[in-house]
Design a protein around this ligand. Structure first.
Ligand code: PRX
Length: 652
């Protein structure tokens, strides 16, 4: 790792919203001195309230915290209507399809499209405030309209990433008790059509809360049609009125659910509410990306993840920016696709995941040089730590050595960035998320809440509630309390624990060391080991299974599974271990989706367990990494198993 520190250039800093570390410190001090005054001030300034709030924060029922109570707003008007004065003809969304088809949608057009969509949901589908609507869509503008239409009428959307399988979709639909699913026939990837609607058909087969399915046409492939249940968006949208009165929402009404993996098998429906979420989405957009009026901003995430929610749709639109939405993959048809888009759209801020950077780097060291990338001002990364070679390449080859890289640390639960450099202020150290954003009381502590010394790894916590904090796990209060506030206490009260380990350096900068729970980060996607194990255990021949993460040069981590079979190969119905591996990955595809495929499956005679039956995952992680086992294994029920597993794993 280069020990260099990269200071913001004077030229950039001069026009930045936060121009230097003194300004950063002033904001931090303002939050420390008067926390409610700090947040209340920004909430008044940034949000177009229908009715003003009476109370900034109420934490009397901690961890169930309320922000901006008494206030009424509508997130779709915050994102659209209020821009119609000066930004009516400004592009809100610039869409590029996989095959290069383009659409530019102005704020006025967005207004009409969202209003029509909202009327369709309200009048034709009978969707009411508080109803849950599942969105299972490709990256097309209608996905953003769907989100904003839900927000307009007060419905709670729950987007399920289009790569999830029918089973995974079914679980999420059932858990949210959704009565409507919005989908598309399919879309395009690498010029080829792929399908979504058949997955929905499968997911809601049999008993289901879903009454209606709205289908957007994208690839025009043939699909099954269930009369009375399936409706064509393209037909219904035509006759909808272009005005839909926005529903005045309480600041603490739910805005959306987004399911994410935890350390148990069942995904958690993370709930975000209206005002606090949109406030922080907008503030972080402004501070961290420093987007200016004439900038064009591109985040390559998918709307199925929190990054897509906050930094493709809600954040950029709340601040009135132009956001690029891309259906395809940045490496298709060639390694120059992303850079050509940067050139063509004159992208100012480019935000992507380290995995994508590594892939692009691998495909062409000097590929970016073939394009004019001089429009770039800020580069961003998200989702996983960025390693030095990827950082240096991104900085030099993509950013021409002149763009600050904002390494944004955050989570589905935090709603928006919580630790990140400010591009005009923070001296950047490669691979380091640097400092908490103003207003975020992030600390690295031990179990009792004592702050760690520089160099010592501890639990990364946020010790005071903040506006965009997770409000609950849908339908499971106990799990919410236990998952986030049960591990670390400070002054006798549980504090929000991120699940990540981290350490301070001598300057108080924060480096994330990774999850401390059984969550694996594959290509920036969060996978619960328990979820993968539960899927693999569905194979009849499997007696026991344990899954761990193994460092991977491109994906960050890959999934490594240890499997104990019920019978020997000869006694099983398979004729080779390869056949079992294939079958097991088929199960993963069916139960979860391709994102959870196991790169390595090793068949072992047993798992390293303590006498009380607990699997020692630390040992399995070390074996997967090819490390010498230095841990004490004498407490294992059968210490000899470790050498046997290690020998078998060595071949993988
Ligand atoms: O482990 C951290 C890692 O991603 C987790 C959050 O995953 P998810 O909720 O899916 O949201 C991803 C996009 C925000 C965190 O607990 N993570 C996220 N950003 C970083 C990171 N690890 C290191 N550096 C980051 N910048």
């Amino acid at each position: 790792m280069k020990k260099e520190i990269f200071k913001p250039s004077r030229e950039f800093a001069k026009d930045a919203r936060i121009k230097n570390m003194c300004e950063y410190q002033e904001l931090m001090d303002a939050a420390t001195d008067d926390y409610e005054g700090f947040w209340g001030g920004f909430a008044k300034e940034k949000i177009d309230w229908i009715e003003p709030f009476k109370n900034v924060m109420d934490e009397s029922n901690f961890p169930f915290v309320k922000w901006f109570e008494g206030g009424k707003l509508n997130v779709s008007t915050q994102c659209i209507d209020r821009h119609l004065g000066s930004r009516k003809n400004k592009a809100a969304i610039l869409f590029e399809g996989d095959r290069g088809d383009k659409q530019s949608i102005t704020y006025l057009e967005l207004y009409y499209n969202v209003n029509r969509f909202a009327n369709l949901l309200k009048n034709d589908f009978g969707v009411k405030k508080g109803d849950r609507v599942v969105i299972y869509m490709p990256m097309i503008p209608e996905a953003a309209y769907a989100m904003l239409a839900c927000a307009r009428i007060g419905a709670i959307h729950s987007i399920v990433f289009g790569g999830f399988s029918a089973e995974a979709l079914r679980d999420r639909v059932q858990d949210a008790n959704a009565k409507v699913v919005i989908t598309a026939d399919g879309a395009y990837r690498k010029s080829k059509p792929y399908m979504l609607k058949p997955v929905v058909d499968e997911a809601i087969k049999g008993e289901t809360p879903v009454e209606k399915v709205l289908v957007v046409k994208r690839n025009n492939e043939k699909i099954e049609w269930h009369e009375g249940r399936d409706f064509s968006y393209d037909e219904l949208i035509k006759d909808q009125p272009i005005e839909c009165e926005p529903e005045p929402m309480d600041a603490e009404d739910p805005l959306f659910l987004l399911y994410t993996s935890g350390s148990t098998g069942k995904p958690k429906g993370v709930q975000h509410n209206q005002a606090g979420y949109i406030l922080w989405a907008q503030m972080t957009m402004e501070w961290v990306f420093d987007v200016k009026e004439n900038d064009t901003y591109w985040c390559t995430a998918d709307i199925g993840w929190i990054t897509g929610h906050t930094y493709i749709v809600y954040g950029p639109l709340a601040m009135g920016a132009t956001t690029v939405m891309f259906e395809g993959v940045p490496t298709y048809p060639d390694a120059g696709r992303a850079w050509k888009m940067v050139q063509d759209y004159k992208i100012s801020q480019f935000y992507t995941a380290p995995t994508a950077i590594r892939v692009l780097h691998n495909m062409g060291e000097h590929e970016p040089l073939k394009y004019d990338l001089s429009s770039l001002k800020v580069l961003g990364t998200v989702g996983e730590p960025i390693d030095p070679p990827a950082w240096e390449w991104y900085h030099e080859e993509v950013g021409g050595g002149r763009c600050p890289i904002v390494d944004t640390y955050w989570q589905t639960e935090t709603g928006g960035h919580v630790i990140s450099p400010l591009p005009g202020a923070t001296p950047i150290k490669p691979g380091c998320a640097t400092l908490p954003l103003p207003g975020i009381m992030a600390e690295i502590v031990d179990k009792d809440g004592n702050k760690k010394e520089p160099g010592d790894t501890g639990f990364l916590c946020i010790t005071r509630p903040w506006p965009s904090m997770i409000r609950g796990i849908w339908g499971d209060e106990d799990r919410f309390i236990k998952s986030y506030f049960g591990d670390v206490k400070q002054n006798g009260r549980g504090v929000y624990f991120t699940g990540d380990g981290a350490n301070y350096d001598e300057d108080g900068y924060i480096t994330i060391t990774g999850r401390t729970d059984d969550v694996i980060n594959v290509s920036g996607h969060r996978m619960g080991t328990a979820e993968v194990e539960a899927a693999l255990a569905k194979e009849d021949e499997v007696a026991e299974v344990a899954v761990v993460g193994r460092p991977h040069p491109i994906k960050g981590e890959s999934i490594f599974a240890y499997v104990v079979m019920k019978h020997s190969l000869e006694e099983s119905r398979f004729d080779s271990y390869e056949a079992i591996e294939k079958e097991m990955n088929e199960i993963i595809k069916k139960e979860i989706g391709n994102i959870a495929l196991c790169d390595h499956i090793v068949f072992v005679p047993g798992l390293p367990k303590t006498r009380s039956g607990k699997i020692m995952r630390r040992i399995l992680r070390s074996i997967a990494k090819g490390e010498e086992i230095t841990q004490d294994i004498s407490t294992l029920e059968d210490p000899s198993i470790v050498a046997k597993i290690a020998a078998l794993a060595k071949e993988k």
